[in-house]
Design a protein around this ligand. Structure first.
Ligand SMILES: Cc1cc2nc3c(=O)[nH]c(=O)nc-3n(C[C@H](O)[C@H](O)[C@H](O)COP(=O)(O)OP(=O)(O)OC[C@H]3O[C@@H](n4cnc5c(N)ncnc54)[C@H](O)[C@@H]3O)c2cc1C
Length: 508
């Protein structure tokens, strides 16, 4: 593995090989740019990468993604289209995840299937009284998805003026919270909780979660399907990395970027962790924007107002979790994902978790979908809940209570799990507790609140000339589908495409 860049100057340098960075880098390489992607980790992929522990392949983050479908109601999925465009479509196979997840409340449970009709039938069989509202809600999400795909990547003033006519649903609901739209469409309070129970996928409770972001995710999953990458999501990252290399780009691993060089307000290049200086007129940052602007750049190189904005934006929550293997026969569970709130009050479940009492957990058993991730006879179980964005290690007693709380919830669907643990990440570390918690985050870049959704996130283009952003710290938001879209648009910006055109276009 090379530990320095082969050249001393490039057209474009990507800082970070998350999926947003890899997408932008590979697309720019394909149009003939000399591209270098620098990643501090051992493998590309950022949050989507797998970790190998002996025979176990554990993905601490991704449960499922959408946008991998070759066709369908909402057209070809973005991820499928980009993989095809790069000529690496055959490098990863996707497994459909349907039913999508189980909502398990203390006295109620329901499996949520995908596809508009199956989704509605499942809900209507439990909540027939809200039929009209449910249909309206599913259709609203679908229309908002379509409007969003036609929305300009960089709206001009006339686009905002025409918004009530071109994107009437986004105009009306684009600044609503999920809770306010549920109140408008549904009457049964239990139905509202069941419908919103996968709020952990966006890491904010209904009262704060942007309905715009929610509608894109729900329409994406319901109409395009949920998918797992066979053999693990590292294969998806590998396909994008191969797309980069196939088109002449270079990937430098295990090497941090220590500095983004700027002179007279314009990017000049970077300095690597080994001291190597590399020139480039364009740098795209795919890393935590706070780190990029507060650590990799000097304060006097960035306008004060921009730095203030970065300080004022709210990062998303982080997660604490247990990653383990079990010899329980989890096939009896029959579904890979269960969301378990311990009460009907979803706001309380979120607040309690942030205060150290996980009243809600997401239990993910990826080996129900793909048995190759663990040895025969064993299954992987990932149990997670929220903590505030910057939480450091909990005290030993608080950590132990948090872990026991997660296991209590998990044992509601996997009885006797504690007695059947065959492996646990971190358990060999003497410093750790009996059930060692693993923290990841902030998991979605900026929080998915109304004030930080879509065009309200940091723009792709920064005030430093030649410096752009890709990934979940920029527009349009978080999640694998979304950061691929951000990478497409960062590439379009660098190439000089007309950004007033629709946000989704592979016309590069
Ligand atoms: C627990 C969890 C669950 C999730 N579940 C899902 C899900 O089910 N479905 C879904 O669609 N999304 C999910 N997401 C969100 C999704 O994973 C992210 O939004 C997305 O992967 C972020 O991609 P990114 O392009 O912003 O880059 P990131 O993944 O953030 O990658 C940034 C890269 O930059 C590198 N880097 C940082 N600093 C430097 C430096 N100085 N020099 C060089 N490299 C550097 C990092 O090592 C990293 O590889 C989940 C996230 C988490 C954490």
């Amino acid at each position: 593995m090379q530990n320095q860049a082969s050249g001393s100057d490039y057209d474009v340098i990507l800082v970070g090989a998350g999926l947003g960075g890899l997408t932008a880098g590979a697309l720019l390489a394909k149009v003939g740019k000399r591209v270098l992607v620098v990643e501090q980790g051992e493998y590309p992929g950022g949050f989507i990468r797998e970790f190998r522990y002996g025979p176990y392949k554990i993905n601490p983050a991704i449960h499922s993604i959408f946008g991998c479908n070759p066709g369908g109601q909402l057209g070809q999925g973005i991820i499928d289209a980009v993989l095809e465009h790069l000529g690496v479509r055959d490098q990863c196979q996707f497994i459909a995840v349907d039913p999508f997840y189980r909502a398990k409340f203390p006295d109620f449970q329901m499996d949520i299937p995908l596809g508009r009709d199956a989704f509605l039938d499942a809900y209507l069989s439990h909540f027939p009284g809200d039929a009209e509202g449910l249909r309206g809600l599913v259709d609203l999400c679908s229309v908002m998805f379509k409007e969003a795909m036609q929305f300009p990547a960089l709206p001009r003033w006339q686009d905002w003026l025409l918004m009530p006519f071109r994107s009437p649903k986004i105009f009306r609901y684009g600044t609503s919270t999920l809770a306010s739209v549920l109140d408008r469409y549904l009457s049964d309070s239990r139905l509202k909780s069941v419908y919103a129970v996968c709020y952990p996928y966006l890491a904010l409770p209904p009262s704060r979660l942007s309905f715009f972001i929610w509608s894109i995710m729900m329409a994406g999953y319901i109409e395009q399907g949920a998918f797992y990458c066979q053999g693990g999501f590292q294969n998806l990252a590998g396909a994008f990395a191969d797309g980069l290399i196939k088109h002449g780009g270079e990937l430098l691993l295990e090497m941090p970027v220590n500095k983004i060089r700027v002179t007279g307000g314009s990017v000049q290049g970077i300095i690597l962790g080994n001291g190597q200086e590399i020139d480039a007129p364009v740098v795209i940052s795919n890393i935590d924007a706070r780190k990029a602007f507060q650590e990799l750049l000097e304060a006097n190189e960035v306008p004060t107002s921009y730095l203030r904005r970065i300080r004022e934006l709210e990062p998303s929550a982080s997660v604490l979790g247990l990653f383990l293997a079990t010899d329980l026969d989890v096939h009896a569970l029959g579904i890979p994902k269960v969301t378990l709130p311990s009460s009907w009050d979803l706001e309380d479940t979120y607040k309690s978790a942030l205060h150290g009492n996980p009243k809600l957990a997401a239990v993910h058993v990826p080996t129900v979908i793909d048995e190759s991730l663990a040895p025969a006879g064993e299954h992987l179980v990932i149990i997670q809940s929220f903590v505030p964005a910057e939480t450091e290690r909990l005290s030993p007693s608080a950590g132990a209570a948090y872990a026991e709380g997660l296991l209590d919830l998990a044992e509601q669907v996997l009885p006797d799990l504690r007695k059947h643990i065959t492996f646990m990440v971190g358990a060999s570390d003497e410093e750790q507790q009996k059930y060692p918690l693993q923290r990841i985050g902030p998991i979605y870049g900026w929080a998915n609140s109304v004030g930080q959704a879509g065009p309200r996130r940091l723009p792709y283009k920064t005030p430093v000339s030649g410096l752009y952003l890709a990934g979940h710290w920029t527009q349009p938001g978080s999640g694998v589908w979304t950061v691929v879209l951000s990478g497409v648009n960062a590439a379009r910006y660098v190439i000089g495409k007309d950004m007033s055109q629709a946000i989704w276009s592979l016309d590069l």
